[in-house]
Ligand binder design. Structure first.
Ligand code: MSP
Length: 698
């Protein structure tokens, strides 16, 4: 549990730059941002670190397939992560890149300390090597690679090893004593049983590629990418630096309060990392808290499965929905940033409330809309607008009668206590659910008292009851808004201002959002200007988002393609865990028979018309001629091909694909294209010889 007297240093995993960010990445970052905002608001000296993991074979290969140098490749993808976080107003204090000089310097320093302390030795091992994957795999001699099915070779490689086996007992003691807190319990148990099953020494250098940090004194080797990556948590705050200011920063923030990680990388954070730290004579982080996976159509959202949802889609679509509602309410040119931050809040709330924190949870656009409408449009937003409109009619926040609406008062006090506790125990879904429950209680009180009716009555007692109910609801809303602040910083700022309380950021800085107690709202307070907060969303918005994903190249998610891309820990030939990295191209799809292939009817066609589709930046509407018929196809290539340049061009289409509607238009087939580079940019397939229209590809 975080100790409120200590500094609060929170980290996200650093993201691999072999893939563009998707909402699985945003999930970890959002959770970290919620915690950082909350702990700042509690007055703790908070430091929030995120960044990118840029070395290793996987990145080197991705760069090769994109035909650009790895540094340039990493620069581009790292910038795309960072600009997304900026677009969402993620309040990271530092952004570390493993290609930063400060990091490389710190990692080499760490290596030297480990070597000086006698924890590193040079040895060699022999094992089955998959040349295609450039990785040792745990299979018998002559057996195929479990990743790609190609035959493996027996190879001997010289490596540096870390004496992990020497830390087995210390790690068990660390975890059992609670000095290293691991959450959830299931992960803690898994980690403990992994350690108890016997730790082998760990290979911590590679010689088969060079995109990494050279081993001090032996540059033939590069440092194992996980040793390199894990060290970001200390190099970012000054470890290894000669600058006294950096050294002071390290003393101030280390050990970290919490490393937030995805469940598949807990072993790296709960076994290797604490062992490296102990070996270097450094304190171990206080806790590791794991989130589950966001699933899309039952499998983990990941680039290699092609089932990712991009955060940008949600920001664009929900942002546009919000701005349209402001226009309707009379605002002439709503700010784009306002839309982005509104949408970011919606996603933040959804992920916390809907996905049980620590477990896997399904993401779908429908669920996003349903939860948004239920909890934010009809729940919180509706409550704010009902209460504030009535108060606006009265001119100011009314004076309540002495005896207030006791149930709401009590429920609020209880919720404040349970939300504080839930947050401090990283039970984030519980915190969000408790707040939603309080909103429902206040709503229920209003419906039963019906102040809008009482206000029409000539009786003073009725008007007094209405005033009391409205004060109670407004005060509960003030407290609810304070509780929601870390989850939805942007929209709660609006509610706060509408309540006549000024800037919520100022209130957070001045400690007014902590130690919440009933009665802080002063009767007589004048409200701020009212405006819609959470406009109701139609189901069509889900379809719009789904279309946007399809047209941006987010291939239709397949539930059959379930090859894991989680960072695995297969044992190397001698049984120890070895780094396995897959290439940039997605793994091969499961094998099919010739009959399966024969079902796909690929034909040559000519583009006879092409045009952009209004409001769909990525889609082109094509008319193609197959020789025996003409038809309409929508293709997600607008960002890469000008419509005029396509007319007359021969393309290959999947001619027997079931029709599909996008943006209200029917697409009858699919244009075949290769997908290249980090963006998956499309390159249309074609022939160098002239081939007649309608010819079938077999
Ligand atoms: N580079 C390593 C981490 C090094 S930390 C010293 C790595 N990178 S990653 O980009 O593959 O994953 C980063 C984080 O994103 C992980 O915590 C991972 O769990 C999270 N997610 C990636 N896809 C996800 C989902 N579909 N759902 C939830 N989180 C997922 O691992």
């Amino acid at each position: 549990m975080p100790d409120s007297s200590k500094n609060f240093y929170v980290t996200t995993p650093i993201y691999y730059v072999n893939a563009r960010p998707h909402i699985g990445h945003a999930y970890s970052t959002i959770v970290a941002d919620v915690l950082a905002r909350r702990h700042r608001m509690l007055g703790q000296d908070t430091f929030f670190l995120t960044g990118t993991d840029e070395h290793g074979q996987k990145v080197q290969r991705s760069a090769e397939s994109a035909r650009i140098p790895p540094q340039q490749f990493a620069d581009q993808v790292s910038a795309s992560f960072r600009s997304l976080w900026d677009r969402m107003s993620i309040t990271y204090d530092d952004y570390i890149r493993t290609t930063d000089e400060r990091h490389k310097h710190g990692v080499q320093k760490l290596w030297k300390v480990l070597a000086e302390n006698g924890d590193i030795y040079l040895s060699s091992y022999t094992g089955q090597y998959c040349v295609s994957d450039e990785a040792f795999v745990d299979v018998p001699v002559g057996a195929p690679c479990p990743e790609c099915g190609r035959i493996t070779e027996t190879i001997t490689e010289e490596n540096y090893f870390f004496k992990l086996s020497a830390y087995q007992d210390k790690l068990i003691e660390l975890i059992e004593s609670g000095k290293l807190h691991i959450q959830p319990e299931t992960v803690r148990n898994e980690v403990l049983s992994f350690i108890r099953s016997g730790l082998k020494d760990l290979s911590i250098s590679r010689t088969t590629f060079d995109w990494g940090i050279p081993v001090p004194g032996n540059p033939k080797h590069v440092i194992y990418v996980w040793l390199d990556a894990l060290a970001n948590y200390i190099t970012a705050i000054g470890y290894g630096s000669d600058d006294p200011a950096e050294q002071a920063k390290f003393a101030r923030y280390w050990p970290a309060e919490v490393h937030l990680v995805g469940k598949e990388i807990t072993r790296f954070h709960c076994v290797y990392w604490p062992a490296f730290l102990m070996a270097a004579g450094l304190p171990v982080q206080r806790s590791v808290v794991a989130n589950g996976w966001l699933l899309f159509e039952k499998s983990k959202m990941s680039k290699s499965r092609g089932n990712v949802v991009r955060t940008e889609t949600i920001l664009d679509a929900f942002g546009e929905h919000y701005r349209a509602s402001l226009v309707k309410a009379g605002q002439s040119e709503p700010d784009r940033r306002d839309g982005d931050l509104f949408a970011a809040d919606v996603l933040r709330y959804f992920l916390l409330r809907e996905i049980p924190f620590g477990q896997d949870g399904s993401f779908s656009f429908d669920a996003l809309i349903t939860r948004y409408n239920a909890d934010l449009a009809n729940g919180y937003g509706n409550l704010v607008s009902r209460v504030l409109k009535l108060i606006e009619g009265l001119g100011e926040v009314p004076e309540p009668a002495v005896e207030q609406t006791a149930t709401v008062h009590e429920a609020t006090q209880q919720t404040i206590a349970s939300v504080d506790k839930a947050f401090s125990e990283y039970r984030l879904t519980t915190a969000a659910t408790e707040i939603a429950g309080l909103i429902a209680t206040v709503d229920g009180m209003l419906t039963s008292v019906a102040p809008w009716k009482l206000l029409k009555s000539g009786e003073a007692a009725d008007r007094q009851r209405a005033a009391t109910a409205l004060y109670t609801a407004a005060e509960a809303l003030r407290l609810i808004t304070a509780l929601l602040y870390a989850i939805m910083p942007h929209t709660t700022a609006k509610v706060w201002a509408q309540l006549g309380l000024g800037s919520i950021e100022d209130a957070a800085r001045q400690g007014e959002l902590k130690n919440l107690a009933w009665g802080g709202l002063t009767p007589g307070t004048k409200l701020g200007a009212l405006a819609p907060i959470f406009p109701r969303a139609e189901k069509g918005l889900a379809e719009t988002m789904s279309d946007m994903e399809q047209s941006s190249g987010g291939a239709p998610p397949s539930t059959e393609q379930v090859q894991s891309n989680a960072a695995p820990l297969p044992a190397a030939p001698d049984g120890q865990a070895a780094p396995v990295e897959t290439g940039a191209n997605p793994p091969l799809a499961p094998q099919i028979t010739i009959d399966d292939f024969a079902k796909v009817d690929l034909r040559v066609a000519r583009v006879i018309a092409a045009e952009r589709i209004p409001k769909a930046d990525k889609l082109l509407r094509l008319e193609v001629d197959l020789g025996f018929e003409k038809r309409q196809i929508l293709a997600g290539i607008a960002e890469h091909y000008a419509p005029e340049a396509l007319i007359g061009r021969k393309v290959i289409i999947v001619a027997n694909l079931a029709p599909r509607k996008m943006r209200g238009l029917e697409s009858n087939g699919m244009v075949v294209a290769a997908s290249i580079g980090p963006d998956g940019a499309p390159v249309l397939a074609g022939f160098s010889e002239d081939v007649e229209l309608g010819a079938r590809l077999k």
